[in-house]
Design a protein around this ligand. Structure first.
Ligand code: SAM
Length: 211
């Protein structure tokens, strides 16, 4: 399998959709094939989500790029990801921010992601097993938060972990279809922008969906 050629094709396709070329440059440094099961590797550079086991998925590259772009990272941020999955999104955040904390509720996925990230040399990413409270309060406040599972509403537990002027990107809607929201936390009011429709697996937890 010629991963280089497949990757080049994907980035040509994403280039038309994504304005922030730093995001694309970061994504082009991360080998997506290392984050998917062996049997999915030939599809690693298709622009679509892929199964990673335990009924979970690695997100579609275009959605990863859109979510990352909306976080407006400049290199000095502390970022929280909720939903480590394969670790792919965390690696991209690790390329663009100072420090990343990523939480995953399924220990098998967390361990596998941690191993992949360690093997690729990322030392600015901490993988945590999710606790009852969404996110990771010990590391708060964060400059940016990305939630890579669909929530029924914007969880206040997560908003509280975001700095003033910080950005949170989160899919909100039903179990099967969501809208991607970008929320900028204000002193008094938050600004919410709808980035369009998407489809994510469910965010499970006290301030989200039941299992
Ligand atoms: C679409 S996958 C994430 C894809 C991932 N960002 C990647 O790059 O591969 C969603 C993940 O969120 C996890 N998840 C669901 N609820 C969670 C919670 N409350 N805390 C942390 N992770 C959660 C799921 O187990 C699943 O692995």
């Amino acid at each position: 399998m010629d991963f280089e050629a497949a990757r080049a094709w994907l980035f040509q396709h994403l280039d038309a959709e994504i304005e922030d070329k730093r995001v694309l440059a970061a994504m082009s440094r991360v080998p997506r094939e290392r984050f998917v099961p062996l049997e999915q590797q030939s599809m690693a550079y298709d622009d679509r989500p892929l199964p990673i086991g335990l009924d979970q998925t690695i997100s579609q590259p275009l959605i990863v790029a859109l979510m990352t772009e909306a976080l407006e990272l400049t290199g000095d941020e502390k970022v929280l990801e909720v939903g480590t999955g394969s670790g792919y999104q965390a690696a991209i955040l690790g390329e663009l921010a100072r420090h990343v904390v990523t939480t995953e509720r399924l220990p098998v996925l967390a361990e596998s992601a941690q191993k992949t990230l360690r093997n690729l040399g990322y030392n600015n990413i901490e993988v945590k097993i999710a606790e009852e409270t969404l996110g990771w309060t010990e590391g708060a406040p964060y400059d940016a938060i990305v939630v890579t599972a669909g929530a029924p509403r914007v969880p206040s537990e997560l908003l509280l972990q975001l700095k003033i002027d910080g950005r949170m990107v989160i899919p909100v809607g039903s179990r099967y279809l969501q809208e991607l929201y970008k929320i900028t936390r204000g002193q008094k009011r938050n600004v919410v922008k709808n980035l369009g429709g998407c489809r994510f697996v469910s965010l499970i937890g006290r301030d989200a969906w039941e299992e």
